[in-house]
Design a protein around this ligand. Structure first.
Ligand SMILES: NC(=O)c1ccc[n+]([C@@H]2O[C@H](COP(=O)([O-])OP(=O)(O)OC[C@H]3O[C@@H](n4cnc5c(N)ncnc54)[C@H](OP(=O)(O)O)[C@@H]3O)[C@@H](O)[C@H]2O)c1
Length: 293
């Protein structure tokens, strides 16, 4: 059967990168949006879909008949955090199971408390300490219960330059003196370049891997280090960026969410490059979404 791939959250940062790469394949591609009317990818079958409306979601996916779904849609904050990010993911898994469609569910490294010194492996159990982490951990449980054959991809900070992502934009605004926030030197992640992540997910569709898989960048960096590296690479002055300490905040945040990616590296041809390796190469940058210096 011809591939029919559905991307939930096609207007999102990762969703857009996936559609950009899927455009080059001979596949029928469908994608959902909610608030942002889609302006790109005319060959994609776009549909407005709200994860809080189960009957609507069922009808949309049964009509499209996907052979594979990559579920990226989510919200990070209230209102409706659990309904959308948690139960909405369970719903997608239940529908994917009923259709027999391959499902890749996007999870996050913030399902961990971050108290570990080394990297987390696929065998580590979630222990979230934020509302968002709780919602993503609930999503994992519901997806696994509804569809044991699903693949759950735990990833880290997603960055890119065309357009520039939210986190990079934040660092650039600090470097440009437009905001006075500090970046934490004691919070560690394994940021992944959005095009590497999209390529890895598309490659993963054609594997038989089920269960949890860590897909993140190969290099562990602090948020401060990451901000400085990105600012420098994009022509801003990293000396403007001040370091802060997450440990000194009244609210507890996960400090070390680095992920062991050896399983994905063995499984996939796509290289999961670390941030310094990505930045060493010529960058395709679009400043349309960011305030220039
Ligand atoms: N970004 C990161 O650094 C990061 C790190 C770790 C894990 N992840 C995971 O990666 C995935 C993608 O993240 P992202 O940053 O690409 O997301 P994003 O840019 O914030 O996009 C979120 C998408 O979800 C859609 N959406 C929001 N509410 C919805 C609802 N009620 N029903 C249906 N769709 C809804 C949005 O549609 P509209 O915009 O059209 O309203 C948008 O397309 C998420 O699952 C996230 O947890 C991201």
């Amino acid at each position: 059967m011809a591939e029919r791939i559905f991307i939930t959250g096609g207007t999102g940062y990762l969703g857009t990168a996936l559609l950009r790469q899927l455009e080059l394949r001979a596949a029928h591609v469908g994608a959902s949006y909610l608030h942002q009317p889609p302006t790109a990818f005319p060959n994609v079958a776009w549909v407005r879909m709200d994860l809080r409306e189960p009957e609507e979601v069922r009808a949309i996916l049964h009509a499209f008949q996907p052979t594979a779904i990559i579920h990226t849609a989510f919200v990070q904050y209230e209102p409706d955090l659990l309904a959308i990010t948690g139960y909405g993911s369970g719903l997608i898994a239940e529908i994917a199971a009923s259709l027999g469609a391959r499902l890749i569910h996007m999870s996050s490294d913030v399902i961990f408390d971050g108290e570990r010194t080394g990297p987390y492996t696929e065998n580590d159990a979630p222990n979230p300490i934020s509302a968002y982490g709780e919602a993503k951990a609930l999503a994992e449980r519901l997806v696994q219960a509804a569809y044991p054959a699903a693949t759950l991809v735990r990833t880290s900070l997603i960055y890119g330059f065309a357009p520039i992502d939210r986190q990079t934009r934040f660092a650039l605004e600090i470097a440009a003196g437009q905001r006075s926030d500090r970046l934490f030197s004691d919070e560690y992640r394994c940021p992944i370049f959005v095009d590497d992540l999209a390529a890895a997910l598309i490659e993963l569709l054609n594997t038989e891997h089920t269960g949890v898989l860590n897909i993140a960048g190969a290099e562990r960096v602090s948020r401060y280090e990451l901000g400085c590296l990105l600012a420098q690479a994009l022509g801003y002055n990293p000396d403007q960026i001040q370091a802060g300490r997450s440990a000194e905040l009244p609210v507890r945040r996960p400090r070390n969410c680095s992920l062991d990616i050896s399983r994905a590296q063995a499984l996939l041809h796509t290289r999961l490059r670390g941030v310094r390796e990505v930045l060493a190469e010529p960058l395709r940058i679009s400043h349309t979404d960011t305030n220039k210096k």
